[in-house]
Design a protein around this ligand. Structure first.
Ligand SMILES: [Zn+2]
Length: 409
């Protein structure tokens, strides 16, 4: 089976002001890595050009007025550019900008996972990596936010439900920031299990562990807020002991991943500027991907679409993209330029965090369906101890019984 890389050069045309971390070079470097590794020509890899998401498809997540606003701002930027002759980025929110090609790029960023899903559902490919920008997981119904214009992953989940009639879609978000927009979209929708592991307290401030969904959607939002400094040694047991059983219980028909690499240890020195940040290495991301890929294989015939979110150190993003794509293709090596994270001076009590999360999400005692059931016979024997075949002295005889009765009389 094949893997698709869904990418379009238009993603480099979404322009931001100088010094903005979410810059076109993130795509350039990622494609550069793939070319240098000669991985674009790998057997089993197909490159797909994304289609634009339709207005109706976007409107399953976003308000039509907001979609129109982006179209108009892009037009306005194009006109300003034509008169001034200078590249123009108009401010949409505090840190989010619209340039002349933003609308076109954002339509295709949202369309990329739809293209991937069509190819998966037609049986043309097994899984896909959507290398897109602008990213999506902070965008809410009526606004862009945190570098995001349209919520690419949310639009894809809605498309899977509406167009293909799927009943259960899981979104795994390991970007260092909480995907507030994705959470909000599906907060009352039991058909989408949103699982986010993120640094807290941190931007955007949402994603506490008691935010579990509401109404019919209660229990299908799982937030894992982790303290700064968390590394693979805490992510890994969380993936095995919280993510895996939660996924197994939900039994998704498709898994979407909001793949942001900004929990990489090197990121703390760059974009976030906050010390310390998280401490995952690219090899660590590879191990987490391995768990996700196994879940997809066991639960939904490998149907898995990874969609690019954050990650701002150019080498971190490019290594993450190359590593994830390699794994979707069945490889297991990580492209890890920076190596392991430096140690931290304090300890994080992983056991306490995990048992609390398992309690909140009612996973205490949950046994995964695909795990081998324990050998009851063997366990009983272990409890009983050695079997004594002959105990003549203690066996009741007829005489004993009689005497017993006699005594009672
Ligand atoms: Zn992020």
């Amino acid at each position: 089976m094949t893997t698709a890389l869904v990418y379009d050069p238009i993603f480099m045309e979404h322009r931001v002001p100088k010094g903005h971390p979410e810059r076109p070079q993130r795509m350039e470097m990622s494609i550069g890595y793939l070319k240098a590794l000669k991985w674009l020509e790998r057997p089993g890899l197909v490159q797909l050009a994304p289609r634009a998401a339709s207005i109706d498809e976007l409107a399953t997540v976003h308000e039509r007025d907001y979609i129109q606003e982006i179209a108009e701002l892009s037009q306005q930027a194009a006109e300003t550019e034509a008169t001034s002759g200078l590249p123009t980025s108009l401010q949409l929110g505090t840190d989010t900008y619209v340039s002349s090609k933003t609308y076109e790029a954002a339509l295709k960023a949202a369309g990329a996972p739809l293209t991937a899903l069509d190819a998966i559902m037609n049986g043309e490919i097994k899984n896909a990596y959507c290398l897109v920008r602008p990213p999506g997981h902070h965008a809410v119904a009526e606004a862009g936010f945190g570098f995001c214009i349209f919520n690419n992953v949310a639009v894809a989940a809605r498309y899977a439900l509406d167009h293909y009639g799927l009943e259960r879609v899981m979104i795994i978000d390991y970007d260092v920031h909480h995907g507030n927009g994705t959470q909000e979209t599906f907060y009352e929708d039991p058909r989408v299990l949103y699982f986010s592991v993120h640094q807290a307290p941190f931007f955007p401030g949402t994603g506490e562990s008691d935010e579990r969904g509401e109404g019919a959607g209660e229990g299908t939002t799982i937030n894992i807020p982790l303290p700064a400094g968390s590394g693979y040694e805490i992510y890994e047991p969380i993936f095995r002991q919280v993510l895996a059983p939660a996924a197994d219980r939900f039994n998704p028909q498709l898994i979407l991943v909001s793949a942001g690499y900004d929990a990489h240890w090197k990121e703390a020195e760059g974009h976030t500027g906050v010390q310390p940040g998280m401490r995952i290495s690219t090899a660590g991301f590879a191990k987490l991907n391995e768990i996700i890929i196994k879940l997809a294989d066991n639960l939904c015939d490998g149907k898995l679409i990874m969609v690019q979110e954050g990650g701002y150190d150019l080498d971190v993003v490019a290594s993450g993209v190359a590593t994830s794509l390699n794994q979707l293709l069945g490889g297991d090596e990580a492209v890890d330029k920076y190596g392991q994270a430096p140690d931290i001076e304090y300890q994080i009590n992983t056991d306490v965090i995990i048992s609390e999360l398992r309690r909140i999400h009612q996973l205490t005692g949950y046994r995964m369906r695909n795990q081998a059931r324990p050998d009851r016979e063997k366990l009983l024997n272990e409890v009983k101890g050695p079997v004594i075949t002959k105990t003549p002295a203690s066996e009741p005889t007829e005489a004993d019984s009689d005497s017993c009765c006699q005594n009672e009389e």
